[in-house]
Design a binder for this molecule. Structure first.
Ligand code: CMP
Length: 143
């Protein structure tokens, strides 16, 4: 069993796609174990995107991700990191496979609706940035 950090970005919230996006992970069979709508302070955005510091899109990315609320979530399931990334699709919406969230709803690499951890290690780090242990729940879910 693995956990992953997923975050609906400000464009997804503003476009009213929270329900649509969450529904895809629910229908896949992943389990939602933590969620909150937050306005991300710059300091938190810098921590989350530390690996991109220095890249040409870094400043734009920070501006965008702090421009409005994001839906921060933790999802659990077998190989949750890989399964979630398969549903999300590639970063560049033109390369995202049809049927993925980014292929179906995004047209721009900067405004690509959702972030998903890219590895088990990233997931642990990102969950730790956004959630305290007591904000995550444990429950049984019918398959
Ligand atoms: P995300 O999965 O949140 O991780 C980093 C984000 O940077 C990425 O999604 C995109 O929204 C944004 N970004 C903008 N330009 C690029 C790029 N050239 N390569 C990767 N990510 C980019």
């Amino acid at each position: 069993m693995e956990r992953t950090y997923l975050m609906i970005k400000p464009d997804g919230v503003q476009r009213g796609l929270i329900g649509e996006i969450i529904g895809r992970f629910e229908r896949k069979g992943l389990k939602l174990v933590g969620a909150k709508l937050i306005q991300m302070p710059l300091e938190l955005a810098e921590r989350h995107y530390a690996e991109h510091k220095g890249k040409d899109f870094y400043a734009r990315l920070l501006e965008f991700i702090t421009a409005g609320p994001v839906m921060a979530m933790v999802w659990e399931g077998d190989q949750a990191v890989s399964h979630a990334r398969a549903l999300i699709g590639k970063t560049n919406s033109l390369e995202a496979a049809p049927g993925t969230i980014r292929s179906d709803y995004a047209i721009h690499t900067n405004f690509n609706l959702i972030h998903g951890s890219d590895s088990h290690e990233s997931a642990l780090r990102e969950i730790g940035i956004f959630f305290r242990d007591d904000e995550l729940v444990s429950y049984e879910k019918a398959v």
